[in-house]
Design a protein around this ligand. Structure first.
Ligand SMILES: [Zn+2]
Ligand SMILES: [Zn+2]
Length: 308
């Protein structure tokens, strides 16, 4: 006797965002033909050297839509082929400056193939094939760009790290009271972490240099003002601010975002987010341009209204 199975239509018509990862290895060179060799070197350092250098790029494509009766937003095989046909198949093992006309610098409209410029061009080339919600492109594990389809605006993230010790305790209360609040983190001699810091800036991509801001300047700001100051310190004792502020992961992230905001503004970008990872188990994120606690409150209020 034939057995008929009835499949649940649980997901049909409901919204979901899916992601697909694809990799390519390409070379590039930062070189503006309208500038002298000295000017190019001053602007781009070793990235200006001939014949170029390469990266193993990792692309994350996010797409949104409603589930069909097969339980999928899109057929992943079609997604895979679109990305290969339109992007990775064209860029893999190629010299980016030559492969796509958008990066032809002999043309006045050419843009240098920086991470943020590459991702904006990929968006334009994929947007008619796939329902994109965002793209992320890693140039290496410590540098990546995000693009959300807003013309020539991107996010650029630099990852760095530092090691520091701290103790979570308030001077004005007893050890037992501190232990109740902070647990083992209140132990008197402190403990340490290898902090991983992600600094994300937002800005307009320059039509010619392909850059949101000068990357070496951004890295110098982070190195000089944060890493150099905090690395190998006992935060409570060595950093004046933390003599009167408990150096929780949240407070350190806020401290870093307050320090970085205006120097980043001075190089033409906006500090968008600071993410500080204290251990594999916990991290704090500061969305500098948005008031997250208020928006969370609004969402909570909305959900309460919906329930009643
Ligand atoms: Zn490069
Ligand atoms: Zn700790």
């Amino acid at each position: 006797m034939a057995i008929t199975t009835s499949y649940s239509k649980h997901g049909k018509g409901r919204a979901c965002v899916i992601t697909r990862r694809a990799c390519f290895s390409s070379s590039h060179r930062y070189w503006l033909p309208e500038k002298s060799p000295e000017e190019n070197f001053a602007l781009f350092g070793k990235c200006s050297l001939s014949p170029g250098h390469g990266h193993n790029y990792e692309l994350i494509v996010s797409m949104g839509g409603e589930l069909d009766s097969d339980g999928m937003v899109l057929n992943l095989s079609d997604v895979k082929h679109s990305i290969k046909d339109k992007v990775t198949g064209q860029l893999d093992f190629r010299f980016l400056n030559d492969v796509w006309p958008e990066f032809d610098m002999s043309n006045d409209k050419g843009i240098l193939p920086t991470t943020e410029a590459i991702i904006s061009v990929i968006w334009n080339r994929l947007k008619n094939d796939l329902p994109l919600t965002s793209l992320r492109l890693y140039e290496n594990p410590n540098l990546w760009a995000d693009y959300y389809g807003k013309p020539m605006e991107a996010l650029l993230t630099v990852q760095t790290h530092f090691a520091a010790a701290h103790r979570l305790a308030k001077e004005e209360i007893s050890f037992d009271e501190n232990k109740k609040i902070y647990g083992k983190c209140a132990r008197v001699n402190g403990h340490g972490h290898n902090y991983i810091l992600d600094v994300t800036v937002r800005g307009k991509i320059d039509q010619r240099t392909g850059m949101i801001c000068d990357l070496p300047s951004l890295q110098t700001i982070i190195d000089d003002l944060v890493v150099e100051q905090l690395d190998h310190t006992f935060l409570n004792k060595d950093i004046a601010f933390f003599k009167t502020c408990v150096p929780t992961c949240e407070n350190i992230a806020l401290y870093i975002s307050d320090i970085l905001s205006s120097p980043i503004k001075n190089i033409g970008a906006n500090l968008h987010k600071v993410r500080l990872q204290e251990s594999p188990n916990n991290a704090a994120e500061i969305y500098v341009e948005q008031n997250i606690p208020n928006s969370l409150q609004i969402n909570l209020e909305n959900s309460l209204v919906t329930q009643t």
